[in-house]
Design a protein around this ligand. Sequence first.
Ligand SMILES: [Fe+2]
Ligand SMILES: [Fe+2]
Length: 217
Amino acid sequence: MKTKLPSTPSRLKKFMGEVGKTEESLVEMMMILIRTLEERDSYTRGHSERVGHLAYLIGQEMGFPKIQLEKLRRGGMLHDIGKIGITDELLYKPGTFSQDERARMNQHPEKGHLIVVNCHLLWDLIPMIRNHHENFDGSGYPDGLKGEIIPIEVRIVSLSDYFDALVTARPYKEPYSKEKSLAFVKSMTGIKFDPAVINVFLKIVDAYYDQNIKPIL
Ligand SMILES: [Fe+2]
Ligand SMILES: [Fe+2]
């Protein structure tokens, strides 16, 4: 006797249910990774989510479709996941790094790449994890990518990451004021950051800062 195939709507419903569960599991797995990182590095508590949120807002202002916005949010959230592989001595060091310490700290984007590479559901986030310390003029790391060769999502996450690091406390510095941080970011236009991304960022930064930064200082 032939097995009766389910009708198309019920097959579709089952498929959608599976997609929903995969999506749910993916978000849960991402949250576990982020919480693991934040347990290790209390200074970055909240950093991952703020970077994801700021990157999302910049993408939204640029008119990105929803799927790309979600990718930006997730990439922003996971960008520093490789710091799980950095020793406490380096993560909590209050002063400046020696050349060797800097080189070891600068391995975190590649470590992050290695952490997520075995999960194909996270593959589209790899550029934002591996390349968030590239500079627009090509002087960044680990690959020395330059200009528009750096994917637009990466250029957005890179600026979001840097701005958040400026306006919040780190083991090596007090939080900078909004004005000082903006002056610094602007001085890096075309050097560290894409001028087009800076322009959009400047349109939304006041609202973002008032809602997300002030209360946590
Ligand atoms: Fe980083
Ligand atoms: Fe970061």
